[in-house]
Design a protein around this ligand. Sequence first.
Ligand code: UDB
Ligand code: ZN
Length: 184
Amino acid sequence: MLTMDDIVRDGHPSLRKVAEEVPVPASDEDKKTLTQMLEFVINSQNPEIAKKYGLRPGIGLAAPQINISKRMIAVHVQDEKGKLYSCGLLNPKIISHSIERSYLATGEGCLSVDEAIPGYVPRYARITVKATDLDGKEVKLRLKGLPAIVFQHEIDHLNGIMFYDHINKDNPFADIEDGTAING
Ligand code: UDB
Ligand code: ZN
């Protein structure tokens, strides 16, 4: 199983590369990697397993974070109504988005960043994502709230972008225009 030791930290070149598209249907190896990534996020939210292996409770993970420069992400997160988004996806792409923004009221963190970096991270409030799932099926997801934020954070990793790249350098907590705060 994957643990925090498998996750590369800020400064590692993998986090700044544009990751490669994954050929579909996925190879057994790519499917195995993606399944392990999804297992990691699920395990990390299990208090007993997280404590035993010292895992931070993650809601998403991108392949470049385990030093694999391929366009794969895993997400395990609930929206405000308790609807669970639990999936491993290949080649996720934002095909449309709102003009309206949203941001986590607490700011963001990252499994690859050990220190806290304060500030608002502006995201699109609503996105539509197209991707291939672990069964090789094409999926289209319409997302808002926390799930929309997680998908944007993970897809950024596939493009070598870190959350703090989006923080206003002069005033980290500057008002986000057309932005709604989300209380994760
Ligand atoms: C996380 N978790 O998993 F708003 F119930 C973060 C860590 C880095 C703090 C573990 C997180 O934000 N949990 C959370 C947030 C809420 C409500 C709630 C739980 N990531 C994943 C990551 O680094 N992926 O690359 C960072 C998140 C910041 C915004 C979305 C992903
Ligand atoms: Zn991250």
